[in-house]
Design a protein around this ligand. Structure first.
Ligand SMILES: [Zn+2]
Length: 134
């Protein structure tokens, strides 16, 4: 049976912290070199999931699972792009049962990478409310 997943089509999936981020030239070069770069680094950043990368010299990092690309942030700049070597702390992420890529369980009911509906798998007890009107 299909459940109603109406909010998808437009791609409006906010919810992760949106930093005012800039992308360095070096990161652009590494993105082009180390990934198929079928989408822009900026788009990949917006779709990527936050991870901890203790091995990388970074203030933050995000993973773009389709390319296994680690986007390394220093302050508010995407400084470089690395190939994820597996040394990540990803306590907040779960592996999609269908494709094995890491997904943020708070992001919604379907895997952003393969589209598999994850509603029947474990759901965290956390609740996030995002309201624009303050
Ligand atoms: Zn998946």
């Amino acid at each position: 049976m299909f459940t109603a997943t109406s909010q998808t089509a437009g791609g409006e999936k906010r919810g992760q912290t949106q930093l005012p981020i800039t992308i360095s030239e070096h990161a652009q070069e590494q993105w082009a070199k180390r990934t198929p770069a079928e989408i822009s680094l900026k788009n990949a950043w917006e779709q990527s999931v936050a991870v901890e990368a203790p091995e990388a010299d970074s203030t933050a990092a995000r993973l773009y699972p389709p390319y296994n690309a680690l986007l390394v942030v220093q302050h508010t700049t995407v400084a470089t792009v690395l190939n994820n070597d597996g040394r990540l702390n990803t306590p907040d992420l779960v592996e999609c049962a269908a494709c094995g890529d890491l997904v943020d369980p708070l992001e919604g009911d379907s895997c952003p990478w393969c589209g598999e509906n994850r509603a029947e798998t474990a759901r965290p007890g956390r609740v996030t409310l995002t309201r624009g009107d303050i």
